[in-house]
Every structure is written in C-alpha cells, then in structure tokens.
Design a protein around this ligand. Structure first.
Ligand code: NCD
Length: 342
C-alpha cells in the first residue's frame, strides 16, 4: 500500500510486504527510542491525539513516538473535555480538528466511529481502538513483538502456534491480531475463553480460510501446552451491561509461574496487550511471572513506540529523512533494564 497520507483504520489494509516494511522502519527507529540519537524530522508538525476512552500505553506511546520524531502533540481526553459533550457530531469535530493537525490518532467506544471520523478529516487518521472492533497499531506491535521473541526459531511467523486467552468476544486486540494472522501460513491458533466470550465466528472463519488450524477451548492448562505464544487478555468490563456481569468471567483463566512451569514448553512467550487486571479477583497474569524472562509484556509495550514512530514516518513520508535530521543526545539517559533473579 501507499502509506503517504493514508488513514490507518484496519489491519485489512495491509499485505505481508507492508508489514515487513513497517517492521524494518520500526527497527531503524530503535536508536531514537533508546535515546542514543534525536531527530527533528517532524519539527513543526502537530499530532492531534484524541482519546475518548481510558488509555495509558496507546495514548502516551503515540504521543512519545511523535515527540521522538520532533513533532508536537495536542491532546483531548474523555468526552467531558470535548465539544462532543455539547452535542457536536464526529463529522464537525473531525472537520475542525483536522485543520489544527497534520495527523490524528483517535480512540472511541463505538465500532466504526474512527472510520466515520476519518471520512470528514482532512488529514490522516490512525485508529487507536474503536469499540470492540479494531486496534490496528496494537496488532502491528504484537506481531512485531512475536517476531522478535521467536528469533530463536528463525524469527519466522509461519508455522507459529499461539493461544489467545480471555475475553475474545469484546477484545479488539485479538480481533485485529486474528485478522492480521491471515497473512501468514500454517498457524495453529488456540482460542481459550468462557463459552459466552468466545471469538466471534467471523474471525474464526477468517483464520480457517487462511488455512490455519483453529482449536476452541475453555481449558487453560490443556491449551497452553504446545504453543509458542500465550496471549492473555483482560475481561473488557466497559463493554458489559454491568460490572456484575463482567464479574461472572473475571479470574477464570489465570496464569502464574506454577501453572507455566507445569504446563508450558520452556520457551513459551507470555504476552498481553496490557493493562493486565492485577486485582485479586482477576489477576490473569500473576506478579510472580515478573521474574520469568519469557514474560514479554513490557518489551511488547516498549515496541509500541517503535511501531508507532514507523507509522508516523511512513504516513508523513519522512522515512528517508529521519537520519538526516538527527544529532547526538545532550543528556545522560539513565534507563536500565530491571534485574531478573533467575
Ligand atoms: C487494549 C485496548 O485498549 O484495547 N489496551 C491497549 O491498547 N494496550 C486492551 C485492554 O484494554 O484490555
């Protein structure tokens, strides 16, 4: 696809070559994300970051990615601080805000809303999550992480075995990831959820049509035995009619170190789009996994910056200029990796 000026609304836009291109640009962003160099390539550009649902990683990493390329960020969070609370339509909001920005990232609780917004926007729009529908940049960073984490298998995504666990009905990250997996070959996908929160049939069909084997299960230990990736998710409480209804499913599939040691193959990578729900009644990924070197959740979150920098550089068509506008950092950047007791 031609990225310059494009909206990024769905992973369906990508072919395999597009993904490879995004990942190679993301790799090239590493010295900037690690503060070994700075670039001012987007000096003067403005990102409009509009988040109408709670967000930490997606909102901040989109903002940091833009800042790291030298651009500025203007942000709206929540409906209350936006004129949508006064009855303004998405069309009018898009028409106005796109006059102030070079690119817009948007998260909204309704499926299809970001696409509707994009139609009225005069600048590219990136979908930061529209209801239970899609979260394309998350699927890209998930796939980028998988590729890095399975390097010992040659880094190939073909033949991958992955278990997706939790709220597969409302989780937009697993919806986008499933759609993206159609581009790869011979995958074994295990879908683990309570029956009521099963992966919608259309995504199961997509996976099967791509030639993958799909297993549907509600048995956690049996499902995680022979997979390369365990991808856990949170119960999407905000999409249920009530907290009580969400409570019925919370804590059903918990992974901790003892279960991991007993059932998983030694190299199984543990992922989660985050936030993990660490309240005792949920606790889908126990804190005792924090010492497990195969817990990739924070590397996954870090990768979000690289992938989002790549998207901005490609959409704003500056990939070849990033290094030309670079210089050494002036400050001492004291980032250290936390120690792991093995
Ligand atoms: C996810 C989301 O918002 O869909 N979070 C994220 O963007 N990393 C997953 C979630 O909220 O459970």
């Amino acid at each position: 696809m031609n990225f310059a000026g494009a909206h990024i609304l769905s992973v369906d836009q990508f072919e395999r070559a597009d993904i490879e291109r995004i990942f190679s640009v993301a790799d090239a962003m590493e010295p900037y994300a690690l503060r070994q160099k700075v670039t001012r390539v987007l000096e003067g550009a403005i990102l409009g970051n509009m988040f109408f649902e709670p967000s930490t990683r997606t909102r901040v990493s989109f903002g940091c990615a833009f800042n790291l390329l030298g651009g500025e960020v203007r942000e709206t969070t929540g409906f209350k601080s936006s004129a949508i609370a006064k009855g303004e339509s998405l069309h009018d909001t898009a028409r106005v805000l796109s006059g102030y920005s070079d690119v817009i990232c948007m998260r909204h609780p309704d499926s299809g809303s970001v696409g509707e917004f994009a139609v009225a926007s005069r600048v590219p729009v990136i979908n930061g999550g529209d209801g239970a529908n899609e979260h394309p940049s998350q699927a890209l960073l998930d796939l980028y992480t998988i590729q890095k984490e399975v390097k010992d298998k040659g880094g190939s995504l073909d033949g991958l075995r992955i278990a997706m666990i939790g709220d597969l009905k409302f989780g937009r990250t697993v919806h986008s990831l499933s759609r993206l997996l159609r581009l790869y070959k011979n995958l074994h996908v295990v879908l683990v959820s309570p029956e009521e929160l099963a992966m919608p049939e259309k995504y199961v069909e997509l996976l099967r049509e791509a030639g993958h084997t799909v297993e549907i299960s509600s048995d956690l230990p049996g499902s995680i035995k022979h997979v390369d990736i365990v991808y856990s998710t949170r119960i999407q409480e905000e999409r249920f009619n009530s907290k009580e209804e969400a409570d019925l499913y919370r804590g059903k599939f918990r992974l901790n170190q003892a279960i991991y040691t007993k059932y998983c193959e030694p190299n199984t990578v543990i992922m989660h789009p985050l936030p993990r729900d660490s309240r005792s009644e949920a606790n889908e990924l126990d804190n005792d996994l924090n010492q497990n070197p195969k817990l990739a959740i924070f590397r996954q979150a870090d990768n979000g910056v690289l992938v989002r920098m790549a998207l901005f550089a490609m959409i704003l068509d500056v990939v070849d200029l990033v290094d030309r506008f670079s210089k050494p950092v002036n400050w001492y950047h004291a980032r250290r990796e936390p120690k792991i007791d093995l």
